[in-house]
Ligand binder design. Structure first.
Ligand code: ASN
Ligand code: ZN
Length: 333
C-alpha cells in the first residue's frame, strides 16, 4: 500500500535544497509526487530507451548537490516538473500539461555526455542528458519548464515546429521557462531572462539564450525580418523572446535580481514594461485561445492584442504596451 508523505527533501545541483513530493511504498520512498498527479522521475542509467528505474531512497533525503550522486539530477528535474505544474495551476488554473489532471514523467541520465534535453508527445515525457563530461546536466529549472511547456503548446495552439510558427513554439517555451523561474523564486536560481544560465553549457559562464538581446548568442535574431522563417527555430524564437522581455521590463537598461539587461529596440521604439506576470498571462491567453498551428509573427501580434483586450481592456495602457513591444521588434510597423 502507498501512503502520501510530505517529508521528502533533496539537494539538486542547481535548485539547492528543496522539498520533494514522494511516495512511501513498503519501506522504500519513491520519487513519485502525490501532489502533482503522481509525476514520476526515472533514472535511465545512461540508457537511451524505456524508463530505466524509478528513483528510490530509504530515508527520503535525496541527492547531495553533486553530479556524482545519481539522485542529484533526479532532484533537479523532479523539482522542475513540480514547479512548472504549480506555475500553470496557480497562474492560470491549468491542471497539468493537457489540463486533464494527468501527469507526464521525467527521465534523467539519458545517454553519455548528452548535451540536450527534450520533450516527446509520443511518451508524454521529458528526458535529460548529463551534459559535457556528464557533469553539466541539462536539468536546470528553466530547462525543465521549457521542455514541459512544449507539451502545453502541443496540447493547445499546436504551433508547427518549423518556419515562423516554429520560432513562436520555441519562444513560448523560453517565455514560460522565465515565468516559472520568477514564480518559483529560488534563492539558488532567481528569476532571469536568460535560458540555461545555470548549466555553463559553453564552459565560459554564458547562458544558452538571452531574451533581452537574443543576438548575444551569436545566432539568434533580435527583430522580425522577411527571412526569419528560414532560420533554426531556436534562433527565430529570438524576436518573440525579445518582445516578451520588452513587454515585461520595458526598454532601456535595467537590473533585475542582480542581472543587468540592455535591450536595444527596432528604430528606437520605446516600451513601458507591464511586469512578467501580466506579460505571461497575455501570452498564455493568446496561446490557448487565439493561436493556431500556423500562426506566424503577424498572427502572434493579433493574438496577443486580442488577449490583452480580453484581460486588460482594448486600448488600455497594457494593450498599448503590447502594440509598442511588437513595434520594437519590427512587427506591425
Ligand atoms: N532542447 C531542445 C528544445 O527543447 C530540443 C529540441 O531541439 N527540440 O528545443
Ligand atoms: Zn525547445
Amino acid at each position: 500500500a502507498s501512503e502520501k508523505v510530505h517529508t521528502g527533501s533533496g539537494t539538486g545541483q542547481y535548485v539547492g535544497m528543496v522539498p520533494l513530493g514522494t511516495t512511501l511504498s513498503g519501506s522504500t520512498y519513491q520519487l513519485a509526487d502525490p501532489d502533482r498527479a503522481g509525476h514520476r522521475t526515472y533514472d535511465l542509467g545512461q540508457g537511451t530507451s524505456g524508463t530505466g528505474t524509478l528513483f528510490t531512497d530509504d530515508n527520503d533525503v535525496w541527492g547531495d548537490g553533486l553530479p556524482s550522486n545519481r539522485q542529484t539530477a533526479g532532484v533537479d528535474v523532479a523539482f522542475g516538473a513540480a514547479a512548472t505544474w504549480d506555475f500553470y495551476k496557480e497562474a492560470y488554473g491549468r491542471n497539468g500539461i493537457r489540463n486533464d489532471g494527468v501527469a507526464a514523467y521525467s527521465r534523467a541520465h539519458y545517454g553519455s555526455n548528452y548535451v540536450n534535453a527534450f520533450w516527446q508527445d509520443s511518451c508524454f515525457c521529458m528526458t535529460y542528458g548529463d551534459g559535457s563530461g556528464n557533469t553539466h546536466p541539462l536539468t536546470a529549472l528553466d530547462v525543465a519548464a521549457h521542455e514541459m511547456s512544449h507539451g502545453v503548446t502541443a496540447a493547445t495552439a499546436g504551433l508547427v515546429y518549423s518556419g515562423e510558427s516554429g520560432g513562436l513554439n520555441e519562444a513560448t517555451s523560453d517565455i514560460f521557462a522565465a515565468a516559472v523561474e520568477f514564480h518559483a523564486n529560488l534563492a539558488a536560481d532567481p528569476g532571469d531572462y536568460l535560458v540555461g544560465e545555470k548549466i555553463d553549457i559553453n564552459g565560459d559562464g554564458t547562458p544558452l539564450r538571452y531574451m533581452d538581446k537574443p543576438s548575444k548568442d551569436g545566432s539568434s535574431r533580435d527583430s522580425w525580418s522577411s527571412t526569419l522563417g528560414s532560420v533554426d527555430v531556436h534562433y527565430s524564437s529570438g524576436p518573440a523572446n525579445h518582445f516578451f522581455y520588452l513587454l515585461s521590463e520595458g526598454s532601456g537598461a535595467k537590473t533585475v535580481n542582480g542581472v543587468s539587461y540592455d535591450s536595444p529596440t527596432y528604430d528606437g521604439q520605446a516600451v513601458s514594461g507591464i511586469g512578467i506576470e501580466n506579460a505571461a498571462a497575455i501570452w498564455y491567453r493568446a496561446l490557448t485561445t487565439y493561436m493556431t498551428s500556423t500562426t506566424n509573427y503577424a498572427g502572434a501580434r493579433t493574438a496577443t492584442l486580442a488577449a490583452a483586450a480580453d484581460l486588460f481592456g482594448a486600448y488600455s495602457p497594457t494593450y498599448l504596451a503590447v502594440a509598442d513591444a511588437w513595434a520594437a521588434i519590427n512587427v506591425g510597423n
